[in-house]
Design a protein around this ligand. Structure first.
Ligand code: ZN
Ligand code: ZN
Length: 202
């Protein structure tokens, strides 16, 4: 007979946003109490087990169940967008969850956590592909893997927003101010900037 959440745990999880169906699925996987979430331990693992779970709900559940997660979850994009989040939770083009923090790197192809001695450019020991995408620097145009440009030290902003970063550089925004500026920008501001990017291309 499978273990079951207590009535209180069940009510808390419902309040966090889990559906009955999701609760039942957690139980099927052997998760039947707050302690079991501590075994899961982190957001990416929970989302691997429950791919359809809303990221914010998952973050709230772990925040409740795993005290050590509280400090980091509070700073992830899943809950709020701070200008200097040390941990970023994103979904890649295939919808997989990619978690980046300053001390762990996950393969963008298979999500395998890279070894401690990982250096940008290394191949993933699990799937053999380059663990991190090659990014282009908005500041000097050099490209390479990792989070920072090896030529000029700028923090990469990701391919999706490269054109926006280049436009900010043309506007005279300082190198180190560009990534935080992009993070803080609202959607309408970004849309306006995209409009200028498109006009500049014509
Ligand atoms: Zn891999
Ligand atoms: Zn550069």
């Amino acid at each position: 007979m499978a273990a079951d959440f207590s009535t209180l745990e069940r009510n808390i999880l419902r309040a966090k946003g889990l559906s009955e169906e999701q609760l039942a699925r957690l139980q099927d996987m052997g998760i039947a109490g707050r302690d079991d979430f501590q075994v899961i331990g982190d957001l990416s693992t929970l989302l691997e087990l429950m791919p359809d779970l809303d990221m914010a709900v998952a973050a709230r559940v772990l925040e409740w169940a795993v005290p050590a997660v509280q400090a980091t979850v509070a700073q992830t994009g899943a809950v709020q967008n701070g200008p200097a989040a040390p941990l970023e939770v994103n979904r890649d083009s295939e919808g997989n969850v990619v978690v980046n923090s300053s001390d762990s790197v996950y393969c963008t192809h298979c999500r395998f956590k890279q070894p401690k001695d990982y250096t940008p450019g290394d191949l993933c020991p699990n799937c053999g592909m380059q663990a991190e995408p090659i990014e282009t620097c908005y500041w000097c145009g050099a490209s390479g893997p990792g989070r920072f440009c090896r030529s000029c030290g700028a923090a990469f902003v990701g391919t999706a927003e490269l054109s926006l970063a280049v436009m900010l550089r043309r506007d005279g925004v300082a190198k180190d101010d560009i990534p935080p500026r992009l993070k803080l920008m609202g959607q309408s501001e970004k849309d306006a900037l995209w409009g200028r990017v498109r006009r500049a291309r014509m």
